[in-house]
Design a protein. Structure first.
Lengths: 111, 113
């Protein structure tokens, strides 16, 4: 987990606020991902990036945006947070192999 | 609509028992089937993975069984220990989808001492 860090680890915010979640990795991987985890739904892909100039929507991208600032950094933004975006958010990285390495997660609560 | 259906949602076993988690898929293009293990407060971590050219893979006390014709695969935890208590996710991916993982809903396993 230390190879993939996420900040903040916990965040409570109010409806309508803009929130940014940050992810950094030291594994030297090109590929980075953002997921959200909800009970009974598993992990769902929000956005993914295969290099700095490549950003792709996942299955649940509405209400989210991302920025790949460098190979090692991938940020997720909620432009106007709403309560149903309350969830656990995970960043992950992978190289050319299939294995994804996950960060420790950010618990976001939107009131 | 989840591309990988996982069951049960939770299960409880005694130490030494064999919890079994089942997953099913429809997309025949899937060619990589990993299992991830997640402890409370941590991110998921790869536990074991299988490709469809084999029907079974073992790593320590963890075994994946794969049935290509039925489009099903399962995880068995042999001689389960309290330290195995965690949430387990099955997943699937394919080269055609850039190896993006489609996850099952997860199974919370509790092993009682």
């Amino acid at each position: 987990d230390a190879d993939v860090t996420q900040t903040p680890r916990n965040r409570i915010t109010k409806t309508g606020k803009r929130i940014m979640l940050e992810c950094s990795q030291t594994k030297g991987h090109d590929r980075m991902y953002w997921y959200r985890q909800d009970p009974g739904l598993g992990l769902r892909l929000i956005y993914y990036s295969f290099d700095v100039k490549d950003i792709n929507k996942g299955e649940i991208s509405d209400g989210y945006s991302v920025s790949r600032q460098a190979q090692a950094k991938f940020s997720l933004s909620l432009e106007s947070a709403i309560p149903n975006q309350t969830a656990l958010y995970f960043c992950a990285t992978s190289g050319r192999t299939d294995t994804q390495y996950f960060g420790p997660g950010t618990r976001l609560t939107v009131l | 609509q989840q591309q990988v259906k996982q069951s049960p949602q939770s299960l409880i076993v005694q130490k030494g028992g064999i919890p079994i988690i089942n997953c099913a898929y429809e997309n025949t293009a899937f060619d990589y089937f990993p299992w991830y293990q997640q402890f409370p407060g941590k991110g998921p971590a790869l536990l074991i993975a299988i490709r469809p050219d084999v029907s079974e893979k073992k790593e320590g006390r963890f075994t994946i069984s794969f049935n290509k014709s039925a489009k099903q695969f399962s995880l068995h935890i042999m001689d389960s220990q309290p330290g195995d208590s965690a949430t387990y996710f099955c997943a699937a991916s394919s080269e055609g989808s850039d190896y993006k993982l489609s996850f099952g809903a997860g199974t919370t396993v509790t092993v009682r001492a």
